[in-house]
Write a protein that binds this ligand. Structure first.
Ligand SMILES: NC(=O)c1ccc[n+]([C@@H]2O[C@H](COP(=O)([O-])OP(=O)(O)OC[C@H]3O[C@@H](n4cnc5c(N)ncnc54)[C@H](O)[C@@H]3O)[C@@H](O)[C@H]2O)c1
Length: 340
């Protein structure tokens, strides 16, 4: 089977994708610098799949190390590029850190892929590129809006860099996957999300509050123009998301792509409000969550959920797991992590 490089493969989405790649028989090589992950994740992947992927601790900001990697692994057929910094708030305070880590690493990898006779490339993009879309659900044709943060901008610039490169590089095929809101953990709870510090995202904040690590969840605003007044997002189970990567990669490797640069939304197509997520958590866990409604938070968009038609029809992929499944696995994962 083809050798696939997964950058950031010890992170949240990367680790779940490595599991699905190995389950499909791919030979996986992971690069990660452990800046936002733990080496123990390798054991989790091995426990689930029965196979330890090859791992190289490399900081992709080091151009020479990237060149050296591809000299040693010139048989790589595809790359799934997860490695990036992802904290929106931090990106506002430290924009150059984000531009350096998210843009230079992408450029160095694409430069190496250009040298190969043929290469397939999957990029982790985000629904943040749409901002507050004018129409819901959001299709891939919705205009890309002015980015709200340097982090969001790195995804927009990243997509442009890939698109421009593909235009002049027939040997390179690429897909940008625009994730909505990945949540949950592998059902084995061998791997899951490990936020360092105070979680930026709703679901780890909920589970950490329920386990007693955080005092209270703040719900930012209940006066938005939505049915219960709280913001709406499209929460997708990380295992469904991981499987979409394997399918997208297969599309490129088997030359099923229609253009050599394509974009797909990855979401469930259903929006859930913050309070609905809290209710789902309380239902599956049997725990009462301590939360309070506070003022709106600057920069939050009101509502975003995916039109999944293109991914459903072109990729032949659809989500199989529910929000309840995601909350159940996230809670099991939190309990396991804290019991260590
Ligand atoms: N989680 C989300 O909500 C979400 C939503 C949309 C898009 N994304 C994107 O998906 C990708 C994966 O996200 P995640 O949630 O799994 O994040 P994560 O932080 O868990 O994983 C990223 C991994 O990349 C590694 N990494 C970072 N910089 C590196 C470098 N210079 N060299 C080598 N390794 C490096 C980190 O150590 C980490 O293991 C990111 O590109 C992120 O921007 C995530």
């Amino acid at each position: 089977m083809d050798k696939i490089l997964v950058t950031g493969g010890l992170g949240f989405i990367g680790s779940h994708t490595v599991v699905e790649l190995q389950n499909e028989g791919y030979e996986v090589v992971i690069i990660d610098d452990l800046s936002n992950s733990s080496i123990d994740v390798l054991d989790g992947i091995t426990a689930i799949t029965g196979k330890m992927p090859t791992f190289e601790k490399i900081d992709l900001k080091n151009k020479l190390d990237v060149e050296n990697f591809f000299q040693r692994h010139s048989d790589v057929k595809g790359v799934i590029h997860f490695a990036a910094s992802k904290a929106v708030g931090e990106s506002v305070k430290e924009p150059l850190l984000y531009y350096e880590n998210n843009i230079s690493t992408l450029v160095y990898i694409l430069k190496e892929l250009k040298k190969l006779p043929e290469a397939s490339f999957i990029f982790s993009s985000s629904c943040t590129v749409y901002g507050q879309a004018d129409e819901l659900p959001i299709t891939e044709n919705a205009p890309v809006k002015q980015a709200e943060s340097p982090y969001g901008n790195t995804k927009q610039i990243g997509e442009e860099i890939i698109s421009d490169t593909c235009k002049v590089t027939p040997s390179l095929k690429a897909i940008a996957l625009r994730y909505f809101n990945p949540v949950g953990a592998h059902e084995s709870v061998e791997i899951g999300e490990l936020p360092i510090g105070v979680p930026q995202n709703l679901v780890p904040f909920i589970t950490q509050t329920a386990i007693g690590l955080r005092e209270q969840l703040s719900v930012f605003g209940d006066d938005y123009p939505t049915p219960d007044g709280t913001c709406i997002r499209d929460y997708i189970h990380v295992v469904d998301l991981a499987k979409a990567h394997v399918i997208a990669l297969g599309r490129l490797l088997n030359n099923k792509n229609k253009e050599n640069y394509e974009t797909f939304n990855l979401g469930t197509g259903t929006g859930s409000s913050v309070l609905e997520v809290v209710q789902a958590f309380e239902k599956v866990s049997g725990e009462k969550l301590n939360y309070k409604i506070v003022d709106r938070r600057e920069g939050d968009i009101i509502s975003a959920y995916a039109d999944t038609k293109k991914a459903n029809e072109e990729l032949g992929w659809k989500t199989e797991l529910s929000l309840d499944d995601a909350m159940r696995s996230a809670w099991k994962w939190e309990q396991k992590v804290r019991s260590k």
